[in-house]
Design a protein around this ligand. Sequence first.
Ligand SMILES: *[C@@H]1O[C@H](CO)[C@@H](O)[C@H](O)[C@H]1NC(C)=O
Ligand SMILES: *[C@@H]1O[C@H](CO)[C@@H](O)[C@H](O)[C@H]1NC(C)=O
Length: 255
Amino acid sequence: MSSSSSSKRIVSVPLLALAIQLLFIHSVLSQSQNNAFLYHKCSDIEGNFTSTSPYESNINSLLRLLSYRVPSTGFASSSAGNGPDNVNGLALCRGDASSSDCRSCLATAIPELRQRCPTNKAGIIWYDNCLVKYSSTKFFGKIDFENRFYLYNVNNVTDPASFNTQTKALLTELTMKATAGDNEKLFATGEKNLEKNKLYGLVQCTRDLRSESCKACLDGIIGEIPNCCDGKEGGRVVGGSCNFRYEIYPFVKIA
Ligand SMILES: *[C@@H]1O[C@H](CO)[C@@H](O)[C@H](O)[C@H]1NC(C)=O
Ligand SMILES: *[C@@H]1O[C@H](CO)[C@@H](O)[C@H](O)[C@H]1NC(C)=O
């Protein structure tokens, strides 16, 4: 199904946890799967609701609304219900996903999230093409430091020190591009010539963030390159508010 060059390891990183405490979960994503499931997390902190409660119907109506609204622009956030039954949520599609890819990703992700976190007051799920999150906390505009994981290509580069430097340079340049005043999508892709091959990169933030917060979020995860993917041919740090990916093969969809 997939060659070793496309297999990835996925690692969950609770905020502030040391890199050593990483939990190895899951492997083998094929490059050819265009909407692979990546990871999910149900919050233990926010507690549970009972089924058929107002909280549950608010989650369902919120997620339904997001599934309608998001495909046209690639992002929406919304809230449902009041007081203790208030639920907040957002969904984001990858910046290069077409609206039909976006719609189909959400059509998979939303029921899957409800199934995996059936009574949790907060949960998040990531696929290659989309992210869906809901919570009883009003999190809009705040960087999500709680939800984060790493993915990397198992293959090692031959010159890790210079490769890491080039990777960091490309992703930093893309961060500037994604957070420039006129870039409403908080998304950028680009490439960089290396000595023997080419490096391809992507950065993206959820659009509830202001561009300064997006930059802070991306700077933070780019700083994790030594932990996530030191000397690896490909890597991603994926969070609830921002993510990056780099590879030595082109992976961005051409519109
Ligand atoms: C929520 O539900 C899960 C699964 O039923 C249970 O393990 C957990 O202890 C519950 N948490 C709280 C805060 O009640
Ligand atoms: C990459 O390097 C690590 C650490 O040196 C090693 O454990 C791993 O087997 C290498 N991966 C491959 C695909 O050779």
